[in-house]
Ligand binder design. Structure first.
Ligand code: HEC
Length: 465
């Protein structure tokens, strides 16, 4: 900031005959209580430094920074949500300046884990390189305010939303988290329909937004209802403790509906598609609570659904991982002390064991169309990636999360659906670091001492020819 601020001070002094006091204040600009003066001076720099050799003007709050922060940060950093501090005003952002810069440079904030530039997604919440540079330059310049009279309008960002609510269901009773600071818990939600219904969209409506870190929804078919009810009955509180998967013990077949992160208003599934729910199914909501900010308080979260009696294109959730990793845990071993351990799986979706296990009877011999992707690992995961290997040997990237963060799992919707022809292969892989001093050998499992490596696709069949 200093060069620009000093230039501003010099120009202000030159043009208005200000006393030397303001120069002294300018030199002292890092002091928080000088922030206002500082900002005014940097504005002066912007106005006056217009010569051909002048440095580009510093970005200002009203013209450059507010649109970015209000569009990409303030939904969560609102003072009433899960984020630890508000980011709504120039003061609030300036005060957090260095950590804001660190968080956007490392792309940990906004929490959008997919690496940029591989494949386009709808509802992208990540910042562009230019927006990151604007935040860096603004903080470096001391956070100048600019002129509120010519404030820039909010940025356009495509936001997902649930267009209609046909049915709402919630946790059976209030739950107060016991884990500190994180508590992971599954709740069975009432699903009263006596006929088949198709879910065509859903939204998570947290009862207590200050604790709701993320959430996932699942459907268990009627054949597994008794086991799910038993898990609930075995735990004295409402719901049951669950971590990596919405069940305890040996794997149970289920359909993953989607993941929600704070700030999200839910989403409609792609036009014309829906996921079948049979009568007697169990709808399960997995909540990740974090009570660092709020302390433990009671919560009753609700799920809102858009429903249809029939749909043009039935959709399925196709989980994609090596079934061997589940059946023979040693096949996905992550030895204690090891870093950079990788496991990769590639297969033809029409005849892979995982397809036959999870979606028995589904005929993918004409290929399939992918609409959304989500990824899942536990806390030692470093990277997860997924791609299509085409017939000609080229690859279409689908998702690459280069710095996995268990706390920010979400569903990514492709900007254009991705067709996979018969014979083309889906590949995915994970990398782990397991070198902590207390490390133990790890393998597939749903507990917090275990690891998982899975992607799920929201798929439909190609249009009939
Ligand atoms: C989807 C909600 C969400 C959005 C959007 C979001 N944040 Fe955050 N932010 C959080 C949460 C929650 C935390 C607490 C740490 C955690 O749980 O990851 C956090 C933590 C932070 C921190 C503390 C340091 C760190 O990295 O943990 C900074 C700085 C930050 N956010 C800045 C930003 C900025 C700047 C933006 C916009 C460019 C932004 N955040 C957008 C939810 C969000």
């Amino acid at each position: 900031m200093n060069a620009l601020v000093r230039l501003g001070v010099v120009l202000v002094v030159a043009s208005t005959g200000c006393s030397n006091d303001s120069t002294a204040e300018g030199e002292n600009a890092a002091a928080p209580d000088a922030a206002q003066t500082d900002a005014a001076q940097a504005d002066a720099a912007q106005v006056d430094a217009t010569g051909p050799d002048a440095a580009p003007p510093a970005p200002t709050w009203h013209q450059d920074v507010a649109p970015i922060v209000l569009t990409y940060c303030a939904d969560c950093h609102s003072g009433i949500g899960i984020a630890p501090f508000p980011l709504r005003t120039a003061d609030e952002v300036r005060r957090m300046g260095p950590s804001v810069v660190a968080a956007v440079e490392s792309r940990t904030m906004p929490p959008w884990e997919a690496a940029p530039g591989r494949i386009a997604y709808r509802f992208d919440e990540s910042l562009s390189d230019a927006q990151i540079a604007t935040l860096q330059a603004w903080v470096a310049a001391g956070g100048p305010e600019g002129d509120p009279a010519s404030a820039a309008p909010p940025l356009e960002r495509e936001r997902s939303a649930l267009s209609r609510v046909d049915f709402k269901t919630g946790m059976a009773a209030l739950y107060r988290p016991v884990g500190r600071p994180d508590d992971y818990r599954c709740f069975i939600l009432d699903w009263p329909f006596e006929a088949e219904r198709f879910v065509t969209g859903f939204a998570v409506q947290p009862g207590n937004p200050r604790m709701a870190h993320h959430a996932s929804a699942y459907i268990f078919g009627p054949e597994n209802a008794a086991r799910v009810d038993q898990m609930d009955a075995d735990d004295p509180e409402v719901g049951y403790a669950c971590y990596g998967a919405p069940y305890v013990g040996s794997p149970i077949n289920m359909q993953f509906l989607g993941a929600w992160a704070p700030g999200g208003a839910g989403f409609d599934f792609p036009e014309g598609t829906g996921i079948r729910v049979r009568p007697g199914s169990r709808m399960v909501l997995q909540m990740h609570y974090n009570v660092s900010e709020s302390g433990p308080a009671p919560d009753r979260t609700e799920l809102a659904f858009r429903l249809a009696d029939s749909v043009a294109d039935e959709a399925w959730i196709l989980p994609w991982f090596d079934l061997d990793w589940v059946l023979r845990p040693d096949s996905m071993r992550i030895p204690a002390g090891a870093t950079g351990v990788e496991h990769v799986f590639e297969g033809d979706p029409s005849n892979a064991a995982i397809t036959r296990f999870v979606l028995p009877g589904l005929d993918l011999s004409r290929g399939l169309v992918l609409h959304q992707v989500a990824a899942h690992m536990h806390t030692r995961g470093v990277r997860i990636h997924a791609e299509v290997t085409r017939d000609d040997g080229t690859e279409t990237p689908l998702l690459d999360i280069p710095r996995w963060d268990y706390d920010w799992q979400r569903t990514y919707t492709f900007a254009e659906p991705v067709s996979v022809s018969p014979g083309e292969r889906l590949r995915m892989g994970c990398r782990w670091d397991n070198a902590a001093p207390d490390a133990i050998d790890r393998a597939w499992g749903e507990g917090s001492d275990d690891e998982m490596c899975a992607v799920t696709y929201f798929v439909t069949l190609p249009a009939a020819r």
